[in-house]
Design a protein. Structure first.
Length: 202
């Protein structure tokens, strides 16, 4: 299941020519064996400095704001709607994507379409995908509900998930830390994922 991924920390560091592919692989091996955050492991291995990680983490975090900018450029998000979405996001502790769907700024299918065209995430209709219950349970129910995601496949040390907001770098980091696996994300609608969570976590 190869796809065009969002820029995660390792990719950002490679693109900035801060680390090499070999150094990233070395750090990922340590992460699988010992756990922990990739950035901290890279620092521990003397591959990067704390400052380099901090700068890249800022860029990684700001990637979650790309949806906001994309919607503005497409002319589907007004200044008033942006303010409402940010207020709802803070009040209900939800993602920006959840907020704009809740407010009706975009329908779920429109959000998926935007993610696919603007960021290159592949779309997966969960109703057409056969998921094994033991794969789903790799991710705790609390995390699945918190981030609107579900595990759908595992090949080697790569866990494939479907999530409604694949721009959420915090969710991907938490899953890596919890499972010790590398993560690849597809996008699905909130409704499909919520239905899958309700079906498999009994």
């Amino acid at each position: 299941m190869k796809k065009k991924k969002g820029k995660q920390l390792g990719q950002l560091l490679i693109e900035k020519e801060v680390i090499t592919h070999e150094q990233l692989d070395q750090a990922l091996e340590v992460q699988l064996k010992e756990g922990g955050l990739l950035g901290q492991i890279l620092i521990k291995l003397d591959i990067v400095s704390a400052e380099q990680i901090e700068n890249s983490m800022y860029e990684q975090t700001s990637s979650a704001q790309k949806l906001e900018h994309a919607l503005k450029e497409l002319g589907v998000l007004s200044a008033e709607q942006l303010t409402q979405a940010l207020e709802l996001q803070k009040k209900d502790s939800i993602t920006f994507a959840q907020a704009i769907v809740t407010l009706g700024v975009l329908g779920e299918e429109d959000l998926v379409s935007t993610m696919v065209t603007q960021f290159g995430y592949p779309y997966l209709q969960l109703v057409n995908y056969e998921i094994e219950p033991e794969i789903v349970k790799i991710i705790p129910k609390s995390i699945a509900e918190k981030y609107s995601l579900v595990a759908i496949d595992k090949i080697g040390n790569i866990l494939t998930i479907a999530m409604a907001d694949p721009l959420n770098a915090s969710a991907l980091d938490e899953i890596r830390k919890e499972t010790g696996l590398n993560v690849e994300a597809f996008i699905s609608t909130f409704s499909d994922i919520n239905n899958a969570v309700a079906q498999f976590y009994i």
